[in-house]
Write a protein that binds this ligand. Structure first.
Ligand code: NAD
Length: 250
């Protein structure tokens, strides 16, 4: 292994890190067979934009239509398995001093791969919550073919995800901001870094002096400020990183 191998250099940073933060996006689930947001408009849904489906206004106007889109996505997620990238992140948490995993994904695949205490920045598609402001009831997924009614107030239940124009759940935002302010290494994997405020988490970490590492086959707005760019699919790059860390610790 040559000293200038970027995977090896990042592994050295991870070995010395006191707090590593990982931010993941939908690209990390692509190798499991979950379409990324930009790719999710296939078949039946090809003529719609996510921005037209994933909004409170769309649900208010046509709850059945939005529910159907989520049921389709839930069906895909129920049928897939975590990939090597998800498993590598669960392993990474055991190899570094401390790790906080923040995900924009709503698919629960990190948890299924063995990651604990995942900060779900955009919620979880397998849960539903009441759409009535101030009600706050959350329920696990049911197989209803139309939006079920809230057991408390009778309002329509909706997917427990953050839609365009909605705030990040306060506890998730607070924990994520604290982690990026305190970390010394931040890995950003599989996100186009176009959805705010998630993308700005990496900027905060960088401003606070963390080593910023991007893992993505394509360049993004973060590429220019990253200290290391590991170009490639996360299902290949993340296991390579964990392997390299193993040789560091040996
Ligand atoms: P995005 O679709 O905007 O971008 C996906 C990124 O992943 C791109 O930069 C692409 O180059 C990269 N990518 C593709 N394949 C990859 C691979 N194998 N390894 C690593 N990177 C790969 O997704 P986003 O940035 O996460 O933002 C969009 C929003 O979509 C998020 O808010 C998220 O909540 C939502 N979303 C989630 C899921 C999911 O939970 N799996 C699926 C679709 C959308």
């Amino acid at each position: 292994m040559v000293e200038s191998d970027p995977v090896q250099l990042v592994a050295e940073r991870l070995a010395a890190s006191t707090l590593t933060v990982v931010l993941t996006g939908s690209g990390t689930s692509a190798e499991s067979g979950v379409p990324t947001f930009r790719d999710a408009q296939t078949g039946l849904w090809a003529k719609y934009r996510p921005e037209d489906l994933a909004t409170p206004a769309a649900f208010a106007q046509n709850p059945q239509f939005v529910w159907d889109w989520y049921q389709w996505r839930r069906g895909i997620i129920a049928d897939v398995q975590p990939n090597a990238g998800h498993r590598a992140l669960a392993e990474l948490a055991r190899r570094v001093t401390a790790l906080t995993l923040i995900t924009q994904n709503v698919d629960g695949l990190h948890q299924r791969a063995g990651s604990d205490h995942v900060i779900e920045f955009h919620g979880n598609i397998m849960r539903s919550k009441c759409s009535v402001q101030g009600c706050g009831v959350e329920v696990d997924l049911t197989d209803d073919t139309s939006p079920p009614r809230c057991p408390d107030c009778g309002g329509a239940l909706r997917p427990d995800v953050v839609w365009f124009g909605e705030p990040i759940p306060p506890a998730a935002l607070e924990s994520a901001l604290q982690a990026v302010a305190d970390c010394d290494v931040m890995l950003v994997a599989g996100t186009s870094a176009q959805v705010q405020p998630a993308a700005s988490l990496a900027e905060v970490a960088k401003e606070r002096g963390a080593c910023l590492v991007e893992i993505n086959p394509e360049s993004t707005p973060l590429t220019a400020i990253a200290d290391f760019v590991l170009a490639g699919p996360s299902g290949r790059v993340l296991p390579a990183l964990v392997n390299a860390l193993g040789s560091q610790n040996a």
